[in-house]
Design a protein around this ligand. Structure first.
Ligand code: ADP
Length: 360
C-alpha cells in the first residue's frame, strides 16, 4: 500500500546539514496498523510527513496505492493526498468552527454541496461518538473529544490511509486507550491502512500489527509487534521494551539479590530472568518446574502482559534446591520457548555489580 524506497532527507541548518533520514526502505501493507517508534530526533515526523509529501525526499520514491507521489504534477498530487488523512498531537482544529464545521472543512474545500456534506459528516459524528457535540466549539471539548473530531475530519474524504502523528501524546492514559481503541475499530471496520508514529512503546503494543524502530534516521529493527517485543535485537529496542516489562530491576531488588548471593550457598540457588516469548503460558511453567524438579521458587519481580492474546513479559525468580536438579530445571526451561538468563549480582563497595550475563 505504501512503499518507501531508498529515501534520504537532509535539512540545511545554520549549523550545517542535518540528516533526518537515510536509506529508508519500508513496505506497509494494505489494511495493517504500522507503528514507527523512536526517540526524539530519530526522524519519525519527517518519515510520516514524507508519506503525504508534506516533506519531499532528497532521494528515493514514495508510492501510495500504486502511484509514485514524487512524480505527480501538483493537481494530481492534491487529488492523491485526499486518499491520505492525517491526525496530529495538538489536533489542529479551527477554534471558530463547531465540531460539525471542523469535520466538514475538507469537503467544503473541495466544493461539495451542503446536502452531500451532511450525508458524510453525520455518520462520522456517530462513528467517533460525538453526535451530541456537533454544535460545540473546540474550547468546549476535552482532549479526547478534540482528537475524535480530528479523526472524523481526517476520514471525511474517505481516505485509504490514515497517518497519526503522535496523536495520543497529549492525552492521559485512559483517553489514550479510548482513542487507540477507536483507531483499531476504524481499521477493522473500514479496512483503512494506519501508520502511526510514537515515542511510547505502550501505544505500539496496544494497536500496531508491525513496528519499525527508527534511530538516527535509520530503521534498526522491523517486524511483527509480538516478535519485536519478545525478541528485541537492538539495544534501543530492548530499552523501549524494558519500559513496559520492567526490564531494569529496581535498585532495592538488586541489593537484595546481591545480599542473598553473599549469604546463600551459591550451588543451591539460582536467580533467573525468564522472558515469555510465546510458547508457554506463565503459571504452568513455574509450577511444573517446582513439582518436577522438587525445587522451591520465589518470585522476586516481574510483569506479565499480553500482546494480541499471547503472553508477554518477564519474571525474575529465585530457585532453591539440589544443584543437579537446578541444572536440570534450567535445561528444561530452555526447551519451553522462554528466554532464560542467569542473574548474578554482588555488592562491591556500596555498588551492586552484575557478575555475568551468561544464559543458563
Ligand atoms: P522525531 O519526529 O523523531 O523527533 P524529526 O523527524 O522531527 O524527528 O527530526 C529528525 C532530525 O531532523 C532532527 O535532528 C531534527 O532536528 C531535524 N529536523 C527536522 N525538521 C527540520 C527542519 N525543518 N529543519 C532543520 N532540521 C530539521
Amino acid at each position: 500500500m505504501i512503499e518507501l524506497s531508498s529515501i534520504s532527507k537532509r535539512y540545511a541548518t545554520p549549523q550545517g546539514t542535518v540528516t533526518a533520514l537515510e536509506g529508508i526502505d519500508l513496505s506497509i501493507r494494505e489494511g495493517e496498523i504500522f507503528g514507527v517508534i523512536g526517540k526524539s530526533g530519530a526522524g519519525k515526523s519527517t518519515l510520516i510527513r514524507l508519506i503525504n509529501l508534506l516533506e519531499r525526499p532528497d532521494q528515493g520514491s514514495v508510492r501510495v496505492a500504486g502511484r509514485d507521489l514524487t512524480a505527480l504534477p501538483p493537481a494530481s498530487l492534491r487529488r492523491a493526498r485526499q486518499e491520505i488523512g492525517m491526525i496530529f498531537q495538538h489536533f489542529n482544529l479551527l477554534a471558530t468552527r463547531t465540531v460539525f464545521e471542523n469535520i466538514a472543512l475538507p469537503l467544503e474545500l473541495r466544493g461539495e454541496s451542503k446536502a452531500s456534506i451532511r450525508a458524510t459528516v453525520e455518520p462520522l459524528l456517530d462513528l467517533v461518538g460525538l453526535t451530541d457535540k456537533r454544535e460545540r466549539y473546540p474550547s468546549e471539548l476535552s482532549g479526547g473529544q478534540k482528537q475524535r473530531v480530528g479523526i472524523a475530519r481526517a476520514l471525511a474524504t474517505q481516505p485509504r490511509v490514515l497517518l497519526s502523528d503522535e496523536a495520543t501524546s497529549a492525552l492521559d492514559p485512559e483517553t489514550t486507550r479510548s482513542i487507540l481503541a477507536l483507531l483499531k475499530d476504524i481499521n477493522a471496520r473500514l479496512g483503512l491502512t494506519i501508520v502511526l508514529i510514537t515515542h511510547e512503546m505502550s501505544v505500539i503494543k496496544e494497536v500496531a500489527d508491525r513496528v519499525a524502530v527508527l534511530e538516527q534516521g535509520k530503521v534498526i529493527e522491523l517486524g511483527p509487534v509480538y516478535d519485536v517485543f519478545t525478541r528485541p535485537r537492538a539495544e534501543t529496542t530492548r530499552r523501549f521494551v524494558g519500559e513496559l516489562v520492567g526490564g531494569d530491576l529496581p535498585p532495592s531488588l538488586l541489593r537484595q539479590i546481591a545480599n542473598d548471593t553473599a549469604t546463600a550457598d551459591p550451588a543451591r540457588r539460582r536467580v533467573l530472568r525468564i522472558r515469555f516469548t510465546g510458547g508457554a503460558a506463565e503459571s504452568p511453567v513455574l509450577s511444573t518446574l517446582a513439582r518436577r524438579f522438587d525445587l522451591d521458587f520465589n518470585l522476586l519481580h516481574g510483569r506479565l502482559d499480553e500482546i494480541q492474546g499471547r503472553p508477554f513479559g518477564n519474571l525474575v525468580v529465585e530457585l532453591l534446591g539440589d544443584p543437579a536438579r537446578l541444572d536440570a530445571a534450567v535445561k528444561f526451561l530452555a526447551t519451553q520457548q522462554l528466554g532464560v538468563e542467569s542473574l548474578n549480582y554482588e555488592q562491591e563497595s556500596g555498588d551492586v555489580v552484575r557478575l555475568d550475563r551468561a544464559a543458563g
